[in-house]
Design a protein around this ligand. Sequence first.
Ligand SMILES: Cc1ncc(COP(=O)(O)O)c(C=O)c1O
Length: 308
Amino acid sequence: MTDDNHTTHDAEEDARNRDIKIYVNGEILHRDEAKVSVYDSGFMLGDGMWEGMRLYNGTWAFFDEHMDRLFDSCKAVSLDIGMNRAGVLDALTQTAAANNMTHDVHCRLMVTRGVKVKPFQHPSLSRTGPTVVIIMEHSKPATSLQAKGIRLATVPQVRGLPMSQDAKYNSHSKLNCVIACLQAEQAGADEGLMLDPHGFVNTTNACNFFIVRKGEVWTSTGDYCMNGVTRQKVIDLCRANDILVFEKNYSLFEAYGADEAFLTGTFGAQTPVAKIDGKPIGTHSGIGPVTAKLQGLYRALVAANTGG
Ligand SMILES: Cc1ncc(COP(=O)(O)O)c(C=O)c1O
């Protein structure tokens, strides 16, 4: 990576993160001591689910929506989390308290099928019950991204049909996305823009993707992408604020010609896109007026949701 390169998860440096404490199956340990087995289903096979969440004013933003996705994902792959939503919240609360964290915190909550008795695939070999790990970091998205925007490259790796590995599983196995990211990096971009099996613009390797054309906000149908919590909030905000929004098929032709483009995700909220395949997007090098308006509406929504 050069100084010009960004990832959508660039955060301001925070020395406190060197000494964070991590939740591992009920124990809270210094990051250097926090470990899982080499027989863990997540390590061996990517057999696990995770959520990325943010803590503001002592409250997890959109907690119910994240739990809906986590519990639905785990149910779909018969992974018993071993606790209910209140139990998950309690584990999060304990971890935040151990770290003295209340605001501008990013968390990765991971649940795997647990430790296997042999190094093979069959889920019945995972016999310990789930492995639950919670990593929390002090985290403020880097402000430089807002000014510069992200550079996307369209990549050969596509989002598949839901009957292969449905993109709605927020699974530990992100190889499809990692391959897309590598392809983008090798093309000199920051993140990969992925098409669906029909060639329509779908999503990026780590975020959902929106364009703005003549004041209208467009995103993909949702059939092949992560059912992002932030994606849905942006759609809802458009509807509530008289901004025309469409979930529809569109091609690179329309993406290249967009007035604005932005990514959505829990970490970065709305991140402006500066270029796609080397072509500048719109006339704003970075953030445009509709993206800026949605950022303001989203900030207010997060504040309302977290009592800020
Ligand atoms: C592939 C992918 N797309 C989009 C997102 C954004 O989802 P959310 O807005 O729920 O953070 C994520 C986050 O986990 C993701 O992994």
